[in-house]
Design a protein around this ligand. Structure first.
Ligand code: KG4
Ligand code: ZN
Length: 334
């Protein structure tokens, strides 16, 4: 079964062809990140316009690269939630038009379920049940993937998402958007023990995260240094901050593994590309004798192959939509 996947929830317009949820036939991503950089973050209005301009070409290219015509497809999977509403609407409306004109089934896919599916594309042997650390620019969840379409949130962030925490702290250090990526690179050169940062816990909810206190600690550290005329080592601060965020993520994640007794783990989302997070997850999983899947680095960020992959399992579960499908800015992964 060959599905066309379409993704437009944030600042990437993407289309891909995937066979049986597991094999990528083509994957095209048009990123707008350079344009948003000058504003220090994604400008929703600009994102929607760029999606509208790019989507026809991106879908056409995905079909060409996969050597397929529309008549050879079996369905159209599209991200319908969560994300920037105007951005989502471009993909959803395009997919609806295509489904109407071809008669192909329309399959709505939750963006974060798509991120989890990047593991199905990276590892043929990865299948539920497993515990997944979903860490993106907008969300941080510990998710029990009971089955491909039956998911349960065990822990979540109470304030900033992990990616947001990286991006905001990076911005304060003068690193351009999306700072998480660059901070990870700079941190490799720094001393992770140079600056002492808090390790926030959420009272009464040991699987939940809170990153806003960490971000405030960095802002205070930078302000104090500025006032005193002291020099801050950006590589050392990046390394210390990255270590603090990663240790919060891994502590709760392995606690969840212990509490649930689930022995297979995975990570997903833009932040799962983080070098230290990948090293730490690998080390801790090995130490505990747990199986760990990490998505291929090329599939950690937003792409449409992951949407087509999850779309396959949604289709098998009977989750298709009609022409009344709407985009949703917020919707739970459950
Ligand atoms: O999943 P994603 O591409 O988009 C959303 O669904 O939000 O995640 C983007 C986020 C951004 O905050 C970006 O800074 C972060 O993922 N990110 C990273 C790394 N690569 C991307 N954060 C830390 N280290 C990285 N290597
Ligand atoms: Zn994403």
């Amino acid at each position: 079964m060959i599905l066309l996947g379409i993704e437009s929830s944030c600042d990437e317009t993407a289309a891909a062809l995937v066979e049986d949820g597991r094999t990528i036939l083509s994957s095209v991503i048009a990123s707008q990140v350079e344009e948003h950089k000058i504003y220090g973050g994604v400008v929703p209005e600009i994102a929607s316009r760029r999606h509208s301009e790019a989507i026809v070409g991106v879908v056409r290219q995905a079909l060409e690269q996969g050597g397929m015509s529309l008549s050879q497809l079996d369905g159209i999977a599209v991200t319908y939630a969560p994300g920037l509403i105007g951005a989502l609407l471009v993909g959803v409306n395009f997919a609806k038009g295509l489904a109407l004109s071809t008669g192909l089934p329309l399959i709505p896919v939750h963006h974060l379920r798509g991120h989890i599916a990047s593991n199905y594309l990276s590892h043929p042997e990865c299948r539920p049940p497993f515990l997944c650390l979903v860490v993106s620019g907008g969300h941080s969840h510990i998710v029990l993937v009971e089955d491909y379409t039956r998911l349960k949130i065990l822990g979540r962030t109470r304030d900033d998402a992990a990616g947001e925490a990286f991006d905001k702290a990076a911005r304060a250090m003068g690193i351009p958007y999306p700072g998480g990526v660059e901070m990870d690179r700079i941190a490799e050169e720094g001393d992770p023990n140079a600056y002492k940062l808090p390790h926030p816990h959420v009272e009464g909810a040991p699987l939940d995260f809170s990153f806003s206190g960490l971000k405030t600690a960095v802002l205070n550290l930078l302000n104090n240094a500025r006032q005193k005329g002291e020099e801050i080592s950006v590589p050392d601060l990046c390394a210390s901050y990255r270590k603090a965020v990663v240790s919060c993520l891994t502590e709760n994640f392995f606690r969840a593994a212990q509490e649930t007794g689930v022995s297979t783990l995975a990570a997903a989302g833009g932040v799962s590309a983080n070098r230290l997070l990948r090293r730490e997850l690998t080390r801790l999983a090995e130490e505990r004798g747990l199986q760990l899947f990490l998505p291929d680095k090329s599939l950690c960020g937003d792409n449409a192959a992951m949407i087509a992959s999850q779309g396959y399992y949604e289709f098998l579960a009977g989750n298709t939509a009609g022409m009344d499908l709407n985009a949703c800015a917020q919707r739970s992964i459950e």
